[in-house]
Design a protein around this ligand. Sequence first.
Ligand SMILES: CC(C)(COP(=O)(O)OP(=O)(O)OC[C@H]1O[C@@H](n2cnc3c(N)ncnc32)[C@H](O)[C@@H]1OP(=O)(O)O)[C@@H](O)C(=O)NCCC(=O)NCCS
Length: 323
Amino acid sequence: MIVVVDDMMTIGDFSSRCGLSPKVLRTYAEAGVLVPALVDPTSGYRYYELVQIEQADTVRLLRRAGVGLADIAQFLAEPSADSVDGWERSLTAETLSRHQALAEVRCRLGVGPERTRGATTIEVHAVRDLGDLRAAFDLAGAQLPEPIDSGDHRIDDLVERFAADQPLMVVATVEGNVVGGALGFRNDNGTVTLRIIGVVSAFRHRGIGRRLVERVEAEARRLGALCVALGTDEAVGFWFHLGYTPNLLFQWVYDADLYETETDALLNGLLAGLHFWRSSFNGIPQLFVELDEPRLDLRHEVREAVTGCHVGFMMSKRFTDRR
Ligand SMILES: CC(C)(COP(=O)(O)OP(=O)(O)OC[C@H]1O[C@@H](n2cnc3c(N)ncnc32)[C@H](O)[C@@H]1OP(=O)(O)O)[C@@H](O)C(=O)NCCC(=O)NCCS
């Protein structure tokens, strides 16, 4: 029988109620977790309160998730969803790095992607919730030449549009493990911005990037979008290969006062005769110049010729069957 005296339980009773052995409870208490509400100074007996049963359950779950006792103590003192998000991110990164390590060992055995290509099932589906979205952003962001994570402001549009545009935020899984993600959202002008895409290195060149892009395009069409576009300084060949038109994108972020003179010089010089249009974003003047193919050499030349702007590529695919 469990004895509850003045809302307090002995360590034995508490142990039966929460399923943690007295020995474990003592270890936890030493680490500042589930500290007894009262310790009798003469007998040394430990007493717990009823409310600690629920805490014990949280501790049990966090231990199962691999969270350390010091972190748990801090969390119980100040519970926050940010801490849970942080653990989730570490867990994804850890799983990913173990997954990559195994894939590399498999490659060393000479049984890399070729062997598994037919054997594994690649599935592409929308992220299920905001936690999934953040994890997918972390995974795709980790693949970029200059890695970013979901602490970066570039996730903001995705979070804001999640409820409306969830189908445009997709991940690829192999045997249940997320190995790639492509995250997009609709703009008010009928375009879809593909904010980020990345495939874990051990799983590249197996058609996963193509599958992700094709899924986003299919959903974009279904949602009535006219075009998919993205900014990139890398992987231009990949996008061109998938039918995207390359555009040089000039953004006068360094010195907007140079916009007119530099635009004139470019359009009368290195970019003469090319189709272009002017625009602005958040008050920053922009110039778009359409190319027939990804001219990395031309980008290099124009970058040498300007000082006030950033020069990158904007890749776009217009759905020609749409107006
Ligand atoms: C770019 C990226 C997503 C491609 O993913 P992937 O799974 O390796 O691509 P796929 O295997 O689906 O390739 C699709 C096609 O594009 C081609 N391709 C892939 N990368 C290419 C490149 N850099 N240049 C030209 N073609 C390329 C492939 O040969 C393949 O052709 P096929 O379908 O005719 O056989 C991947 O390399 C990546 O995550 N890179 C790091 C992150 C990054 O740079 N993201 C893009 C920033 S915008």
